[in-house]
Design a binder for this molecule. Structure first.
Ligand code: PAF
Length: 289
């Protein structure tokens, strides 16, 4: 196992990246907020398979949390994160302090805002969230200068928003989406799962079962609005407070519009035991032969 390097200031990060660029190496990047689990490690492995060197950032970004959200209590486990990254073959952990990310302070930070797709689903329920995500991801891209960056498909809307930003701002970066990693009972891996009290944890896999039920209803010929209503009712019956349970195209549009080729995503955000969980299932109307 090669030793991972940890950079906590922009100088050493810049120096290492410049050295790799001089050698003509391809740089892969995985941005994270730490408290790493198998879901993150699968992103690192994907970056590893698509690059010569892999950088992962660990930074709990204050600008993407709204008032009353879990910024303060978000789990911070830097030592375990570095050990896990090292074991997964990451070359460099970028662990900046807040003033390295926001040198003029968060109130005076230049912001990056992607219009349209950030106003729906999570954007509608967490106003300003994606502005914070784009603002920090753009900074991280400038600092790390990756050739390829990997994001998880669980945060499907985030992936779509980042792709939009990269295209529109002409970042020369390939964006890859990695499959969702699930617990054996179907619950998508998330740092927030550890907030769940035992009874909520026992009910949480209902989200995945609901996504499958919404897909099956659609494939069985039910109208998409009925399939959405079925999903929301199932979750409410299981004790969830539902933010949304919807069926959308890959561009997060309602089904049936121009260019709709039958690709669908069932998408859910719901709270249980005081914790908000999100999950996605991507599929086509016709099952693969
Ligand atoms: O998905 C996350 O963990 C965060 O939103 C990201 C991309 C690291 C930006 O802070």
């Amino acid at each position: 196992m090669s030793r991972i390097e940890v950079a906590t200031g922009p100088g050493p990060l810049r120096e290492r990246i410049a050295g790799w660029k001089r050698e003509g190496l391809r740089i892969g990047f995985v941005p994270t907020m730490g408290n790493l689990h198998e879901g993150h490690f699968s992103l690192v492995r994907m970056a590893r398979a698509n690059a010569d060197r892999v950088v992962a950032s660990v930074f709990v970004n204050p600008t993407q949390f709204g008032p009353g959200e879990d910024f303060e209590r978000y789990p911070r486990t830097p030592d375990a994160d570095v050990a896990g990254l090292e074991a997964t073959g990451c070359d460099l952990a970028w662990m900046p302090p807040v003033d390295a990310m926001y040198p003029l302070g968060t109130a005076r930070a230049v912001q990056v805002r992607v219009p349209g797709i950030t106003d729906v689903l999570d954007g509608a329920h967490r106003p300003g969230h994606f502005d914070g995500v784009c603002t920090v991801v753009a900074r991280l891209f400038n600092q790390v200068q990756p050739d390829v960056a990997v994001f998880g498909r669980k945060d499907y809307q985030q992936l779509a928003v980042v792709r939009h930003m990269v295209l529109d701002l002409a970042f020369p970066i390939e964006i890859l989406g990695a499959d969702i990693v699930r617990e054996p009972d179907g619950l998508a891996r998330s740092s927030r799962n550890q907030y769940l009290p035992a009874d909520a944890r026992a009910r949480a896999p209902e989200i995945h079962r609901t996504l499958l039920a919404m897909r099956d209803a659609l494939r069985a010929g039910r109208d998409w609005r009925d399939a959405e209503a079925l999903g929301a009712a199932r979750l409410a019956d299981a004790g969830f407070e539902v933010d949304y349970a919807v069926l959308r195209t890959p561009l997060l549009r309602e089904p049936g519009g121009p260019g709709d080729d039958g690709a669908r995503g069932a998408r859910v955000a719901a709270r249980i035991g005081g914790t908000r969980l999100i999950d996605n299932l991507e599929f086509t109307l016709a099952p693969a032969a």
